[in-house]
Design a protein around this ligand. Structure first.
Ligand code: GLN
Length: 447
């Protein structure tokens, strides 16, 4: 009830939700009361959550931020949705996001743009901007987002909360509307690190409905929340502290380094020499996969369908012309071009080779450190509208988060401090595959 009254108060400004259902939330909360009374509480019993609107919810509209899916009602739940419901969570609603998760500000959402709760004239980040805003504004206690190139970590950072992108394969993607399948991962957005560990515990695990799910036991993530970092080597990737980094962001990250040093961590400098190619490689690979994944929206099986067309080809053309927004079309064009015969070797194949080099950089780094600490984004949040016409500027703002996904690593964003503008600044942690526990421990010590 407290979350719902907060939601009613701030939602007109924050605009974190595409849809929410107070009545259903209260019913679920009642059911939670009963299971508590019966001594049958789960890990999340009674906890109000929001879900990014690309997680399929049975009987509940799932738009992916797109006019193409404005009326899509999935007949099944995503695995992560099943898991949080099973654990007792109360689902408050579905959050605003960039269309098909393509973006860094949530401004390409067909159903409104969320505001940053610290200053609603500023962006909340993206693409899981609504999820981050709903948590930072206190409308819910936690959320699930997705991260293909930073979409959990970046909005968490810009909104001053915690976000984790798990190792590729740790969390099932079944029921996640696909953007770039080799990069997409679902993960938690929470108010603090302990909540993040709890949410990770609930959503992780093998699922035979996702062929890339990894069959490996789920650890007790909360057990990693111990004070002290003795014996842990924290690497600072020198390429992440270069030109273009806001000096206040740099200072905040340096403050985090000192905190970890003071609790026993050994700080080492490392090199990730191919970092400068991450933006170029990602913005070929992600659109290439997207162009293939989005081929299914043709007006035939489901989603928006143009009713004026006389021929099948016109049906495809009109449906896709009207159903998709500009950024999605831009990605489909880039991706189709990069995959077409004659250009495949020059672009897609080259980008895939660079991807391998980026992974090898990390593997070399793990010889001298156990995890990496860096900025999440070069700057704090910016005013709405100021970069929306400049795709290249937006793509470049992702430069510190993309490599994590290209290499399939776990990554995390933890609040580090505040900019003189009053907006939050986050600190990024990255680690070797399946070292979520170590990231949580470092984050707990930074908190
Ligand atoms: N900003 C990146 C993009 O636009 C990442 C998005 C994401 O992680 N979903 O592709």
């Amino acid at each position: 009830k407290s979350c719902l009254s907060r939601l009613r108060e701030v939602e007109p400004l924050v605009k974190a939700f595409i849809s929410y259902d107070e009545e259903q939330a209260l019913q679920q909360a009642d059911a939670a009361d009963h299971s508590l009374a019966a001594g049958q509480a789960g890990a999340l019993t009674g906890i109000p959550l929001s879900l990014k609107d690309l997680l399929c919810t049975r009987g509940v509209r799932t738009t992916c931020g797109s006019a193409m899916l404005a009326h899509f009602i999935p007949p099944y739940d995503a695995t992560v949705v099943e898991k949080v419901v099973q654990a007792g969570a109360v689902i408050v609603g579905k959050t605003t996001m960039d269309e098909f998760a393509m973006g860094s500000t949530s401004e390409t959402c067909a159903f409104g743009t969320p505001g940053n709760p610290w200053n609603t004239d500023y962006v909340a980040g993206g693409s899981s901007g609504g999820s981050a805003a709903s948590v930072a504004a206190g409308e819910v206690l936690a959320s699930l987002g997705s991260d293909t190139g930073g979409s959990i970590r970046q909005p968490a950072s810009l909104c001053g909360i915690v976000g984790m992108k798990p190792t590729y394969g740790r969390v099932s993607r079944f029921g996640l509307v696909a953007f770039a399948s080799s990069l997409d991962q679902i993960g938690p957005i929470t108010r603090d690190v302990a909540d993040c560990a709890l949410m990770m515990q609930v959503v992780s695990g093998y699922d035979n409905r996702d062929s890339t799910s990894v069959n490996r036991p789920v650890e007790d993530y909360s057990s990693y929340l111990v004070e002290g970092m003795r014996g842990v080597r924290v690497g600072l990737p020198r390429e992440y502290f270069a030109e273009g980094l806001d000096p206040e962001v740099e200072k905040t990250v340096a403050g985090g380094v000192e905190v970890l040093r003071s609790v026993g961590a050994e700080i080492v400098e490392v090199a990730l020499p191919h970092s400068e190619y991450a933006v170029a490689a990602y913005y070929l690979i992600a659109p290439a996969e997207a162009s293939s994944n989005l081929a299914r929206y043709d007006g035939v099986a489901y989603g928006y369908r143009d009713k004026q067309a006389d021929t099948l080809l016109d049906l495809y053309k009109n449906t896709r012309s009207k159903g998709f927004g500009d950024e999605v079309k831009r990605r489909i064009l880039i991706g189709t071009y990069a995959l077409s015969s004659g250009y495949y070797d020059a672009y897609y194949k080259k980008a895939s080779q660079v991807r391998t080099l980026i992974l090898q950089d990390f593997n070399t780094a793990w010889e001298s450190c156990d995890l990496l600490l860096s900025p999440v984004t070069p700057t704090p949040a910016w005013p709405k509208g100021t970069k929306s016409d400049d795709p290249l500027a937006l793509y470049l703002s992702d430069m510190f988060t993309l490599s994590t996904n290209l290499a399939g690593l776990p990554g995390m964003s933890v609040p580090g401090g505040f900019h003189s503008s009053g907006l939050p600044i986050g600190i990024q942690l990255q680690g070797p595959h399946f070292q979520e526990g170590l990231l949580l421990r470092a984050a707990f010590n930074l908190e």
